[in-house]
Design a protein around this ligand. Structure first.
Ligand code: NAD
Ligand code: 2YH
Length: 263
């Protein structure tokens, strides 16, 4: 499991603003608007308690502070507890938190204590990046290439299928690819296959922990690449060469998706 680093989270407000402007350009709505529309929820006055967690690899510098900035950006009233772990959870509830946000090395959750709803960051992230890409106003077809079909990628690919897109999928793990092809009915994409390599996509969804995972040959002019994957799936040079609209941000879009899903 790849862990976020303080470097990933540098200038989180600026990263969110830039992502919001790309989302608006691609879909006509901002991130908030998409979350509202997709989940059918609107925040009213829910207080969010952010609890640092020391287990495993421990506290990530600026993780909690970034969540504080992100929740504020989306209009939630939030606070970070002074204490971590169980003591922090107790502190959050005692101080009126209705939604708890906390993460260890494997799971990042949002739990609404009032209505019992709970969300996991990985599916929420996959689904919202897929939802954003599916709203690409200038897409030339309902074909999508999904690269990386793990804990974030699988729910994203499933979301495209659910919305009626024709999904071509690729994962470096052949067994996982086969399993996903049979469970979701997607079309296996093989970057080493000559004819697959001549197919071009105006929507590409990527969720891997690797760089340069998207072959140049599949990128069409002005395509949208919606990618929660860290590091970035495509080089700056290729982005520029093909006028790619990139939707990529390390924490905020997925967190917004989690929060709206538990309202
Ligand atoms: P995962 O390990 O469950 O899945 C990653 C998948 O990518 C695996 O199935 C792996 O086989 C595949 N893969 C690796 N290299 C590949 C390549 N070159 N080509 C094709 N497939 C390849 O991980 P995950 O939890 O799904 O996370 C995926 C990425 O998303 C990670 O970088 C993670 O840090 C990031 N992430 C970002 C956010 C966000 O808000 N931006 C949120 C959650 C996760
Ligand atoms: O970065 C992570 C994991 N990859 C799960 C997130 C899924 N995108 N966890 C963050 C750990 C935070 C740490 N325990 C803290 O500072 O509280």
């Amino acid at each position: 499991m790849a862990l976020l680093t303080p470097e990933d989270l540098e200038n989180i407000n600026k990263q969110l603003q830039e992502a919001d402007s790309s989302v608006r350009k691609v879909t006509g709505l901002d991130i908030k608007g998409i979350c509202k529309d997709f989940y059918g929820t609107t925040p009213c006055c829910e207080k969010v308690g952010i609890v640092p967690v020391t287990s495993g690899n421990g506290i990530i510098g600026s993780f909690s502070a970034s969540l504080h900035a992100i929740t504020g950006y989306f209009g939630f009233d939030s606070f970070v507890t002074d204490m971590p772990d169980v003591s922090g959870y107790y502190e959050a509830v005692r101080n009126g938190a209705q939604i708890i946000l906390m993460a260890d090395d494997n799971t990042f959750l949002a739990h609404n204590l009032k209505n019992g709803k709970i969300a996991n960051n990985q599916p929420c992230t996959g689904i919202i990046y897929a939802e954003i890409a599916s709203r690409h106003l200038k897409a030339d077809s309902k074909d999508v290439l999904a690269v990386g079909l793990g804990k974030v990628g699988f729910p994203g690919a499933a979301h495209f299928v659910h919305k009626g897109f024709r999904v071509y999928g690729y994962d470096a793990d052949k067994a996982l690819l086969e399993k996903t092809v049979s469970s979701l009915g997607i079309i296996p994409f093989d970057p080493d296959n000559h004819s697959d390599n001549f197919r071009k996509f105006s929507i590409i969804f990527e969720a891997t922990p690797c760089a340069n995972t998207i072959p140049e040959s599949v990128i069409s002019e002005n395509c949208v690449i919606s990618t929660p994957g860290i590091p970035c799936a495509i080089s700056k040079e290729l982005q520029k060469k093909y006028g790619v609209e990139l939707i990529m941000e390390p924490l905020g879009i997925g967190t917004a998706s989690m929060l709206y899903s538990v309202l």
